[in-house]
Each structure stands twice: as C-alpha cells, then as structure tokens.
Design a protein around this ligand. Structure first.
Ligand code: S3P
Length: 171
C-alpha cells in the first residue's frame, strides 16, 4: 500500500487548503492532480475543457492516477472534484471525502475576495443550477468510495486537519 492520503470532494470545498495544512502537520509531501495536469499539457484547466472537451480532461486524470499509482507514496494528494472517477482510485491510498452542503460551498465561493477568478477557472461552475445537480449526482458516489468522510462545514482548517490526523492515525 502506497499510504497516500487522497482528498476528494466537490469543487470549492477546500481540498487544496486542507491538503496544504495536512502536509505541514504530517511532514508529508503534497501533490495536486489539477496542477500535475496543467504542468503536463501546459494548458489551463478551462482551456483544456474548451479546446479538447471534458472527456479528454478525464483521460488526463486517468493518466495522472496511473502515474501516481506507480510513483508516489506517503504523500497528501489533493484532487479535482471529478478525479474520484478514475478506475484505480482505491489503489492510490486512503480516500478522505471532505463534505459540505452545496449551499455552504456556493456561499463560501461567492464570499471569497477572488470569487470571480475562482468561478471563471472552473468550467463546471458556470451554471449554478447545473453545478447543484452535479453535486447531488456525485454525493452518493463520493460517499461510496470514501474510506473516511469528514464534515468540514463551519469548521476551521486546523480543526479539520486534527480530525483527519487522529482518525487516520497519521502521527
Ligand atoms: C472538476 C473540478 C476542478 C477541475 C475541473 C473539473 C470537477 O477541480 O478538476 O474543473 O469535475 O469537479 P476543483 O475541485 O479543484 O475545483
């Protein structure tokens, strides 16, 4: 077992922020699957979607998952909101699902000082009604693949990280 910690969850839930704190707290390295893809193809996520379509992006996520399986261990992996659909997810490490209600996620994004940029860079957040339906479709799927679910709503990042460290016995 690679003993990576794979953070999954909906767009804007705070996977990146949680991953960074978790990495600091546990002394592990951190990688972000979207960053790996952007570096590999030298294009922004929204340009990958607009130039090549979502299916191509999902293929890039699968290639990233294959690479992680072969090359990465003892690392905190922050993922894009749809990365959990790769076929070897369970081989990558322990899966932690960060849960929040969709209303709280949208509220958090809208109140962020850089909310416009945050929305612009996410092709699947352009229509909030569609995004809400996507959340509802994915929720049972996130729960099904998760080894551990943590409710992050109204909690600060230190508190969230402490719960993950204790529950997964990371120290
Ligand atoms: C996606 C989430 C995004 C990014 C891409 C697709 C999704 O990452 O991978 O826009 O399908 O939910 P974040 O979850 O970091 O926003």
């Amino acid at each position: 077992m690679s003993d990576n910690i794979i953070l999954i969850g909906f767009m804007g839930v705070g996977k990146g922020r949680t991953a960074r704190s978790l990495a600091v707290k546990t002394g592990r390295f951190i990688v972000d699957t979207d960053d790996l893809i952007v570096t590999a193809v030298k294009k922004k996520i929204r340009n990958i979607f607009s130039l090549h379509g979502e299916l191509y992006f999902r293929e890039l996520e699968q290639q990233t998952a294959n690479w992680l399986e072969q090359n990465v261990c003892d690392t905190i992996v922050s993922t894009g909101g749809g990365f959990f659909m790769v076929d070897n997810l369970k081989k990558l490490g322990r899966i932690v699902y960060l849960h929040s209600s969709v209303e709280a996620i949208f509220d958090r994004i809208n109140r962020h000082p850089k909310s416009k940029t945050k929305i612009k860079k996410r092709p699947l957040l352009q229509d909030m009604e569609q995004a809400k339906r996507l959340f509802e479709t994915r929720l049972p799927l996130y729960r099904e693949v998760a080894d551990y679910e943590i409710n992050i709503e109204f909690r600060d990042v230190d508190d969230i990280v402490d719960e993950i460290v204790d529950s997964l016995q990371l120290q």
